[in-house]
Ligand binder design. Structure first.
Ligand code: HEM
Length: 440
């Protein structure tokens, strides 16, 4: 594309270099405010990069599918992510990405998932019993411990209960560095600590792989070690290490966010809660859960879709522009960053009437509002790079929800701030303080 005959999107770049980074990180309504002012496509500057935000199902389809070749995932992530999360799926493009996704896929589909059910159920039951004893808890940090343990056991091969505290401490240090505005590499800085934590985690995964090489087992780590493609290609030890670390990152904060929103929404909508409990009762689950039983939880599936729509854990996805393009009459140059806006797309009243209403029936067979417009529900992304862990997350969330609905009552405690903060994943500011009791 030669000299642009179309204007650049409206918007402002803010201060030199820093741009509008602080507003983006600190103001949960940053993007909504600008969308109100400029419309569904606008420019800004974040982390020193000229960035265009685009929202709506047409924009999602453009970025996620029809014009994918204009965008790079790798170039979309800030340098901190690239360095801390290594050469993993998130930063790979083209053939390199396709090869790796194919080799990781078997650990996240079909039969493999069914093998994770018992482990997930055991860990979740233990946490629920612990919380029941506590009676009063702040759910967001507690849920994070639970999803972290599930991810560590299934993705890193950790034994349940072992090393979890220290691993989660390293992991917290790693994630603190992702959003460090000034990535100083000294030992005492946020970023320096994040680099050290990444090295410790990689060394830990290295040891886990060494122990597994002769007896891989059938958790996700074992499957990553064993999988071969049609040319007998496989992931090397170095590749598995960074991919496993990325999966730990991608897999547990997102699930934590959605589960906490699920608990909050149901406590606020008693009628929906009762209907969800009735579905569980009708399933007559007297012993352990099975994949078949999970498949029959169709009302629960509707609720989870509505939680995904109204409380998407991830607000959007970033891409680097590798070929300039024109969208909605605006020109976006090469080397800029583009972000599709998940939360804003889910608020489109032409697709989801009364978008602010929590209404799981919009996903009932009769209504299926999301199926009428492609790329309208994108809480797990879309197109060829749709979330790799979707099945894993669905299974974990359904097991948790089923145990919670069958055995517990919970209520939201008064005097807390339920304003939703978007970073690192969507969560109520006071973490959702609740009282949890057994219903038996
Ligand atoms: C991709 C959301 C759970 C692994 C994505 C994307 C979204 C997303 C929005 C696309 C991002 C983009 O387009 O920029 C979620 C949510 C989850 C969840 C809401 C839970 C409720 C998981 C789990 C795992 C996982 C449990 C793994 C164990 C991945 C990976 C990708 C991805 C590897 C990149 C796929 C690729 O590039 O081919 N996820 N995710 N996610 N997710 Fe998830």
């Amino acid at each position: 594309m030669k000299a642009p005959s179309h204007p650049l999107p409206p918007g402002r770049f803010g201060l030199p270099i820093v741009g509008e980074t602080l507003q983006f990180l600190l103001d949960p309504n940053f993007a909504d405010k600008r969308e109100k002012q400029y419309g569904s496509i606008y420019k800004t500057q974040i982390l020193g990069r000229k960035t265009v935000f685009m929202s709506g199902s047409k924009a999602n389809q453009f970025i996620l599918s029809s014009h994918m070749d204009h965008f790079s995932w790798g170039k979309g992530w800030p340098n901190n992510f690239q360095e801390l999360l290594g050469r993993s799926l998130f930063v790979q493009d083209g053939q390199e990405h396709q090869r790796n996704r194919k080799l990781l896929m078997p650990a996240f589909h079909g039969q493999a998932l069914a093998k994770y059910l018992t482990t997930m159920e055991q860990i979740i039951s233990q946490y629920l019993s612990k919380w029941e004893k506590q009676k009063y808890l702040t759910w967001f940090p507690e849920m994070k411990k639970m999803t972290f343990e599930i991810a560590s056991v299934l993705l890193l091969g950790t034994s349940p209960g072992e090393n979890i505290e220290v691993l989660s401490q390293w992991f917290a240090e790693l994630t603190n560095g992702l959003f460090a505005i000034f990535p100083l590499r000294t030992g005492w800085s946020k970023y320096g600590k994040a680099l050290a934590a990444r090295d410790r985690l990689l060394e830990y995964i290295d040891q886990q792989i060494e122990e597994r090489i002769s007896n891989p087992g059938d958790d996700a780590l074992g499957l990553m070690i064993q999988t071969r493609d049609e040319n007998e290609g496989h992931l090397s030890k170095e590749e598995i290490k960074v991919q496993a670390l990325l999966l730990l990152f991608a897999g547990h904060e997102t699930t934590t966010s959605m589960l906490v929103s699920f608990c909050m929404a149901l406590a606020q909508h008693r009628d929906i809660l009762e209907k969800a409990k009735a579905e569980q009762k009708a399933l007559n689950i007297d012993r352990d859960l099975t994949p078949e039983k999970l498949k029959q939880m169709t009302y629960l599936e509707q609720i989870l879709k509505e939680v995904e729509r109204l409380y998407p854990p991830v607000g959007g996805g970033f891409r680097g522009v590798v070929k300039p393009f024109v969208f909605n009459g605006y020109y976006v140059p090469e080397h800029w960053i583009v972000s599709y806006r998940i939360n804003a797309s889910h608020q489109d009243r032409n697709v989801f009437p009364n978008p602010e209403k929590f209404d799981p029936d919009r996903f009932s067979r009769q209504r299926e509002e999301h199926k009428k417009t492609e790329y309208s529900l994108v809480g797990f992304g879309g197109g060829p790079r749709f979330c790799l862990g979707y099945g894993f997350a669905q299974m974990e969330m359904k097991i948790f929800a089923s145990l919670l609905l069958r055995h517990y009552f919970w209520e939201i405690l008064p005097d807390q701030n339920l304003t939703l903060d978007a970073i690192p994943t969507l969560h109520p500011r006071s973490g959702l303080k609740v009282k949890l009791v057994s219903s038996l």
